[in-house]
Design a protein around this ligand. Structure first.
Ligand SMILES: *[C@@H]1O[C@H](CO)[C@@H](O)[C@H](O)[C@H]1NC(C)=O
Ligand SMILES: *[C@@H]1O[C@H](CO)[C@@H](O)[C@H](O)[C@H]1NC(C)=O
Length: 375
């Protein structure tokens, strides 16, 4: 009797195991999670959830989100961002913003927040830079990350945490552009700001690496001098070969060069990690050199703005404000969305360049290959 019962139990277990197996073994995803950091170029909604004034414009109103979502998602674009296209390519859903309560974080978290600076907010307060109204910085994002880890049962530097990190892609979006914009007209010299910004970015990356991050992509700055905001604020004779604000573009270029040397230093310190530099500057420059090749007829004019030619940008009547409730009719022909941020069409081209066209160093598929071999 006892044996028969055991048999029954075994049989039952056997069938139970059989039916609980999926019909075909699922394709192994290269990464189970993405952790993203950065500013409004990467923020998928943290800006709406945070307390305090919005850093720029009226992101919660249409026409933000008009292209893909058909409503505002608090993304600073007409549609998807680079990070959205990256997630899709990795067969992961769009990342939930950390501050959105009751979000599903099983495939990663987005800590990027609009207006965020590389430098701590106290730097701007101490130097009387009052236009830096956003209190969030890289430090804030690290604190949110630590809070998230603690909530998900990952205390300290346990083995379990390390394993979690090895299966995650760390995506560091643009950061530093706000520091430069905020201190543009301040008494602190641009070189001092740049030096401090890059020291903080380095410290931030080092923290992630020391905690066990193994696969990191770090974006450089785009051509910040080609944004209508920079064009309007800089003297008309301060122009480079592309017709953009030369001083601002030079500052971004220098930032990127120093950033790359810091990354090289980190590669030596953490030889087991793969740190890829995503060359936003040259991707953007390639597009601005021949916009028509990528389907753009308007390289400079904001799609959603006011004021008409040449930039359709008025800092006192920006996209989403009561004065500007309509965008251009075909955003995909525009590089620029609202004077400061770019269109979904531009973000898609840039994401494709990062993923497929060798604008990541080492290339993104090399990083993927390492990941698939290493796990
Ligand atoms: C992601 O990009 C790779 C090329 O880098 C491509 O082969 C693959 O099909 C893409 N996957 C998805 C889901 O888009
Ligand atoms: C900031 O402003 C205060 C009050 O106007 C002044 O006393 C202080 O010296 C200023 N600090 C700097 C760094 O400019």
């Amino acid at each position: 009797m006892a044996i028969t019962t055991l048999h029954t139990v075994f049989l039952f277990l056997f069938f139970f195991i059989l039916i609980s197996l999926p019909p075909s073994s699922p394709v192994k995803l290269p990464f189970s999670k993405i952790f993203a950091f950065g500013d409004s170029y990467t923020d998928t909604g943290n800006t709406h959830s945070r307390t305090g004034p919005y850093s720029y414009g009226y992101v919660s109103n249409l026409p933000y989100g008009t292209t893909f979502f058909h409503h505002s998602t608090d993304r600073y674009s007409d549609g998807r961002l680079v990070i959205d296209f990256i997630a899709t390519n990795l067969s992961l859903p769009f990342l939930s913003p950390y501050l959105r309560r009751n979000s599903d974080f099983s495939h990663g978290v987005n800590f990027a927040v609009a207006g965020s600076t590389a430098l701590d907010h106290s730097f701007f307060v101490d130097n009387n830079i009052t236009i830096a109204i956003t209190p969030e910085s890289l430090q804030t994002q690290l604190e949110w990350f630590a809070e998230y880890l603690e909530k998900s049962g990952c205390q300290g530097r346990s083995k379990q945490c390390h394993e979690k990190f090895e299966d995650a892609l760390f995506w560091i979006g643009e950061i530093g552009a706000n520091d430069y914009a905020y201190s543009f007209a301040s008494s602190v010299s641009p070189n001092v700001v740049q030096d401090l910004v890059l020291k903080n970015v380095f410290k931030f990356l080092e923290t992630l690496l020391s905690e066990g991050a193994k696969y990191i992509v770090v974006q450089g700055l785009p051509l910040t001098g080609c944004l209508p905001l920079a064009m309007v604020l800089s003297p008309p004779d301060d122009r480079d070969r592309l017709g953009c604000a030369a001083t601002v573009n030079n500052q971004a270029n220098k930032h990127n060069l120093i950033l790359q040397s810091k990354i090289e230093q980190l590669r030596k310190q953490y030889p087991k990690a793969i740190i890829s530099y995503a060359d936003y500057f040259n991707a953007h420059r390639t597009i601005m050199n021949k916009p028509a090749v990528y389907g753009f007829t308007e390289p400079f004019k904001a799609c959603c703005g006011s004021g008409g030619d040449p930039y359709n940008f008025d800092i006192f009547a920006t996209c989403g404000s009561p004065e500007v409730t309509k965008a251009c009719s075909v955003p995909s022909k525009f590089v620029n969305w609202d004077g400061v941020h770019l269109t979904e069409a531009l973000y898609k081209v840039v994401a494709d360049m990062f993923l497929h066209s060798g604008y990541c160093h080492p290339p993104f598929d090399v990083l993927l290959k390492h990941k698939l071999q290493g796990s």
